[in-house]
Design a protein around this ligand. Sequence first.
Ligand code: ADP
Ligand code: MN
Ligand code: MN
Ligand code: MN
Length: 361
Amino acid sequence: MVSLTEKVVLKRYMTLPQPEDRVMCEYIWIDGTGEGIRSKCKTMDFEPKHAKECPVWNYDGSSTFQAEGSNSDMYLHPVALYNDPFRLGKNKLVLCEVYKYNNKPAESNNRKSCNEVCEKVKEDQPWFGIEQEYTLLDIDKYPFGWPKNGFPGPQGPYYCGVGSNKVFGRDIVEAHYRACLYAGIKIAGCNAEVMPGQWEFQVGPCEGISVGDELWVARYILNRVAEDFNVLVTFDPKPMPGDWNGAGAHTNYSTLKMREDGGIKHIEEAIDKLSKCHDKHIRAYDPKAGEDNKRRLTGLHETSTISDFSAGVANRGASIRIPRQVAQDGNGYLEDRRPSSNCDPYSVVEVLLRTTCLGEL
Ligand code: ADP
Ligand code: MN
Ligand code: MN
Ligand code: MN
């Protein structure tokens, strides 16, 4: 028996006026799996305008796969602030980095080192746009909208589809889009994907570390919205084995030089560097150092194989694609198609900058 919370009843309480000097701040962080998101709420007596104004807080790491021996306190350091699309008003979502009792970053805290690299290459003005693909699952964990005792018709009509027999879960997608806009996230667009029940939204272009912050909070919001619809979200890169597309997090990337006239030269230089350290990138592109992504990067379903590096103009079967328009304009950005849908964007951004800007191979 599925338990349902009657949202109409909740609405009655949500219309209770909130005291002027009481602001609810939902602290959000990444747990020890590197992909799970956790959050808890704190009342503040003022409306924070910057993450810096929010106090450091703590939680029990032994319940999030993060404890170290008997020292289970973990510290939450606020780093980014968004409007709370669920509670509205002055209430906030507060994205945090996690630190251990000894003030060292938690193993799952990839943001700290990413941010250090972003600071180092600031002059290059790196921009990122990430295409987050995901799959909606019914509460029984079978893809949302699929016939319970079988499979939908083969792929073909679903990508950017319209009609009740082609797309499943559009209400969730719409609600998520609006909630991201309200929160202040730079959501760039959304579309239905190739596998029925699979969707995509894009965040960006964002400069440096902020793409990671916004993507994590957009994932959080998506999970919260899906709660309201009694639907599950999975970021697994290959939720259905067989002739069904997997889910990725294509990462579109440019530096100032790539965006300027004649920038294609710098895009090609970056691709040359990327070609020399494919394995290093694959290890950074999912939380299990390539184990998850190898189910997806098979060379089929618009992917390149996990073992080979390739690049090409308008080639969706390559590791790196130069969009047709970019080749025509002679400047713009490149698309790294390798990151898995469950990647940590901080790890992806860090390794891209290390390879292309710092020349680490
Ligand atoms: P695709 O054709 O691969 O489906 P999308 O339209 O889904 O591409 O996503 C393209 C992404 O590229 C968007 O998130 C956009 O913000 C981002 N983008 C556009 N220009 C740049 C740029 N100069 N640098 C980095 N990212 C960019
Ligand atoms: Mn896309
Ligand atoms: Mn896509
Ligand atoms: Mn893409």
